[in-house]
Ligand binder design. Structure first.
Ligand code: GTP
Ligand code: MG
Length: 405
């Protein structure tokens, strides 16, 4: 990247900022970074030089046959003074865009460049000591549409779709002097329809209900001109009334760069460096950059989370707890079952034992009874065999025997 600083004088317009915005801007360092994208020879350098009344970029001849290898990104800075207020303007040029047979990835180096500027700013924000913050973020991107008069080309759509969430997109139709008024009107309508259809977000100033009527009508005027159809020229030519103007001369007359009725250049210029420079900067800072930062942090956090997640994920944690608890319960149940089984077996053994004991006792008793019965029977037999009729002797004896007392 080459950077060229230029000290310029001339009335640009930003010193007319409302005071509040002014002070804020001065404090912030008041710089504005603009990127221009469009194929070779489409009029980028001419437009930038016309806009800032300077020769920031060298304008090539129409016949120039420079061989550009890939998209080159160069930047030039200029310190512009306007009524004592200094603006550091940086214009980032992207020669080589769309110069190939296969332009499928032309948007890529540009997207990468814009994102790396965000990342560089983020790195500075994250630093503990923030003595000097360099803000090189792109505040607006002017996308040059070829004045074909038909519709947006695939490369235009692809580019805008890839970039619209990263930068304030300002599509413009360059070299609009090559189209008639009617052709331009139809072309603009077609471009807006395509932009709408593809859900592409372009920068559009908003009408604030608190705005004064003049601001409101100015904003409406800007809105009505989108996409701006511009012409650029570094030539100053004399009008028929003798007044010197910047413009392009044709056999039928002069097209004036700064004439509102001839093209949208002055509206675009006014929007960029007078009425909406702060809006562009604010939107870049608070929306586009913030979104990028959030995505970046999220993606970084996501990588870390994956490992941390398993340990601290409450759902997974609960599931793990439940699983441990279940295993514990199952183990307890098994233990209880084993104990129960053991007890049952012990009881059964005991019962069996007592049954056996009972049986043994029963058998014993049975045997004892049997024995007694047999003894009694023996006695009976014995008595029967020894029994004879009773004699008087026997009676006497018996008497004597039983009457002892
Ligand atoms: P690279 O730097 O090669 O990418 O080209 P560029 O996009 O910067 O184009 P540059 O401004 O160098 O212009 C290329 C040619 O187009 C020059 O001859 C300009 O005079 C001419 N040109 C620029 N703006 C206009 C315009 O509005 N209308 C017409 N008709 N020609 C223009
Ligand atoms: Mg150029």
């Amino acid at each position: 990247m080459n950077s060229l600083k230029k000290q310029l004088q001339g009335h640009v317009g930003f010193s007319n900022f409302p005071n509040q915005v002014h002070r804020k801007s001065v404090k912030k360092g008041f710089n504005f970074t603009l990127m221009v994208v469009g194929e070779a020879g489409i009029g980028k350098s001419t437009l930038i030089n016309s806009m800032f009344e300077t020769k920031i970029f060298p304008v090539k001849e129409e016949t120039s046959s420079d061989v550009v290898k890939g998209v080159e990104i160069t930047s030039m800075s200029a310190d512009i003074q306007d009524n004592g207020i200094k603006l550091r303007l940086t214009v980032v040029d992207t020669p080589g865009f769309g110069d190939y047979i296969n332009n499928d990835n032309s948007w890529q180096p540009i997207l990468e460049n814009i994102e790396s500027r965000f990342d560089a700013f983020l790195a500075q924000e994250n630093r503990v000591i923030r003595s000097k913050v360099n803000d090189n973020r792109i505040d607006a991107l002017i996308y040059f549409i070829k004045p074909t008069g038909h519709a947006l080309r695939a490369i235009d759509i692809e580019f805008m779709k890839r970039l619209h969430t990263k930068v304030n997109l300002i599509p413009i139709i360059s070299k609009s002097d090559t189209l008639t008024r009617d052709e331009l009107t139809a072309f603009k309508a077609r471009i807006l329809a395509d932009i709408n259809y593809h859900g592409i977000q372009i920068f559009k100033p908003t009408i604030d209900t608190f705005d004064d009527p003049e601001t409101m009508s100015e904003t409406k005027e800007i809105l009505s001109r989108i996409p701006f159809a511009v012409i650029g020229s570094e030539e100053t030519i004399a009008r028929s009334d003798g007044i010197m103007v910047r413009g392009r001369r044709y056999p039928w007359g002069i097209i004036e760069v700064d004439n509102d009725k001839h093209n949208d250049f002055s509206r675009l210029r006014k929007m960029l460096i007078f009425s909406h420079m702060e809006d562009l900067k604010d939107y870049t800072d608070t929306v586009l950059y913030e979104n990028h930062r959030t995505q970046k942090l999220l993606s970084m956090g996501h990588v870390q989370d994956n490992s941390v997640f398993r340990e601290f994920n409450p759902a997974a944690h609960m599931e793990e707890e439940r699983r441990i608890h279940e295993t514990k319960m199952q183990k307890m149940e098994a233990e209880m079952n084993a104990v129960f089984q053991q007890k049952v077996m012990e009881k059964e053994a005991k019962l069996k034992q007592s049954e056996e004991e009972l049986y043994a006792r029963h058998k014993e008793m049975k045997l004892a009874l049997e024995k007694q019965r047999r003894e009694l029977e023996d006695k009976k037999k014995h008595l029967e065999t020894t029994m004879r009729p009773v004699t008087p002797m026997d009676k006497k004896q018996k008497k004597g025997l039983f009457n002892l007392s």
